[in-house]
Design a binder for this molecule. Structure first.
Ligand code: ADP
Ligand code: ASP
Ligand code: MG
Length: 439
């Protein structure tokens, strides 16, 4: 991001006027804080739920806090709109798709503002373009470049609750853009950074960040805190509880970020922490992430000579396709096999790009498959503990799950397997690392 005119450049020290008894029990909280709250699709999924959100917002307002509320579209709405677009155009034009899918959030900001007005509060809704949340022009995956927060500040100073559409922005030329699936989280955190908010609260349909998706592993445990680094890995490896870019923003601008339930009144959710020294006491592994969003491509019988990886991957990169895992086998008789993964949405396009490339380099065959899943074991404690990888491999072997690809970093191990074993793999790994037990 080049020009964050309104973003703070350095971590801030919060003004500490604490009150003793507050919604977060023992945690220090601020009187007259500026809080950004984001409510996800399920949380605003019906008029009843929108009224519930309004009641929650009203109770925070009554405590004297200034509030900016970011909302997603009603659950299912973004999917419905995308499907509708595909009925007209198999590969919808990205600019027009953004014009369309951004309407989901435009509905919920108006409905929530009405619900707040009904509560006797002053509220005003803003689309991304009205705020101005200025992004680049990469339709369907735009990045926020700056936020003009003057309108919001004026409203807050006049006692209004400001309701902002998540997931959307506007480029310099005035085109509507969207921020990628799950992008309302990023709107929330970016607004919190721009406004120097005291806290950004992400309200969702689970009561915090768990050791893995609690919908897949019922024994998953809620974490009271998770380090920023671990949250970044979990998000980037598929835990959709926070969009990766929202976590990046929180890290860059040191936004105090908390995930909590919009359906429960109790509980402090999960706080993303930046304290490095806490790591020593932490469990070796903090969580298991997974995703089904990738596809694998293998080029067989590639001449094994310098520059070959570049010849294959160069054109893919030039087409703006992100490559995730890469594996090149040991060569035999001057030939080798080369595999990599891309997002499933880019799978067909990648195959088309590679056909002429494979012919040009005289490779034998291009194979592909999108029935794969990536399962990742994440933990900062891995740095100081050996044997994590072997435990993971043994656990999968005992279940007869074949490993297709492996990639590791200091704090994660990712394994590509057949999609049909994904849930089993997540469950057995979760158990093997004792994540169901209190550390
Ligand atoms: P929202 O609509 O509120 O943005 P999402 O569906 O995007 O909600 O994200 C919340 C979901 O993320 C949960 O319902 C849960 O199934 C899933 N999830 C995946 N991994 C995790 C995890 N580690 N902890 C908590 N939830 C997770
Ligand atoms: N409505 C958008 C989506 O479904 C953005 C969001 O919910 O965060 O991806
Ligand atoms: Mg989400």
């Amino acid at each position: 991001m080049a020009t964050h005119r309104s973003m703070p450049a350095k971590p801030r020290i919060f003004p500490l006027i604490t009150i003793k008894f507050n919604a977060f029990g023992s945690s220090e909280f601020l009187k007259m804080a500026l809080i950004v709250q984001k409510y996800g699709g399920t949380s605003v999924g019906s008029s009843e739920r929108i009224k519930n959100v309004a009641r929650r917002v009203a109770s925070w307002h009554r405590k004297g806090h200034q509030l900016v509320i970011v909302v997603s579209a009603m659950s299912g709405e973004t999917n419905r709109l995308i499907a509708l677009a595909r009925e007209i155009q198999a590969q919808p034009d990205p600019r027009e798709l953004d014009v369309m899918v951004s309407t989901g959030e435009q509905v919920t900001i108006a409905l929530l503002s009405m619900a707040l007005l009904e509560q006797g509060l002053q509220a005003r809704s803003y689309t991304g373009g009205q705020v101005k949340i200025v992004t680049d022009s990469a339709y369907t995956k735009a990045r926020i470049e700056r936020i003009d927060e003057a309108n919001i500040r004026r409203d807050l100073d006049e006692g209004r609750i400001v309701v902002v559409a998540g997931f959307q922005g506007i480029d310099e030329a005035g085109n509507i853009t969207t921020l990628g699936r799950g992008g309302s989280d990023t709107t929330g955190v970016a607004l919190a950074a721009a406004l120097k908010a005291d806290e950004c609260q992400i309200y969702t349909d689970v009561d915090g960040v768990y050791t893995t998706d609690p919908r897949v592993v019922p024994e998953a445990r809620k974490l009271d805190t998770i380090t920023f680094e671990e949250m970044l890995e979990m998000a980037s490896l598929g835990s959709k509880v926070l969009q990766i870019r929202s976590v990046e923003f929180a890290g860059k601008y040191k936004v105090k970020l908390r995930v909590l339930s919009s359906f429960e009144d109790e509980g402090e959710g999960t706080l993303i922490t930046f304290e490095e020294d806490k790591k020593m006491e932490q469990a070796t592994i903090s969580g298991i992430a997974f995703n089904r969003d990738e596809a694998k491509i293998t080029i067989l019988g590639v001449p094994d000579r310098p520059g070959i990886a570049y010849q294959i991957l160069g054109p893919v990169g030039d087409a703006n396709i992100d490559i995730d895992m890469i594996v090149q086998n040991v060569g035999h008789d001057g030939l080798t096999d080369f595999s990599f993964t891309v997002h499933r949405n880019d799978y067909q396009k990648t195959l088309e790009i590679l056909k002429p490339v494979a012919a040009h380099i005289k490779a034998r065959e291009v194979q592909g498959g999108d029935k794969i899943a990536k399962v990742s074991v994440v933990g900062v404690g891995m740095r100081s503990h050996a044997g994590i990888a072997s435990t993971a491999f043994r656990t999968l072997a005992e279940e007869g799950i074949n490993i297709q690809m492996i990639s590791t970093s200091e704090i994660k191990i990712s394994i590509v397997i057949d999609e049909k074993y994904m849930e089993l793999a997540v469950r057995v790994l979760h158990k093997a690392f004792g994540l169901d037990q209190q550390p």
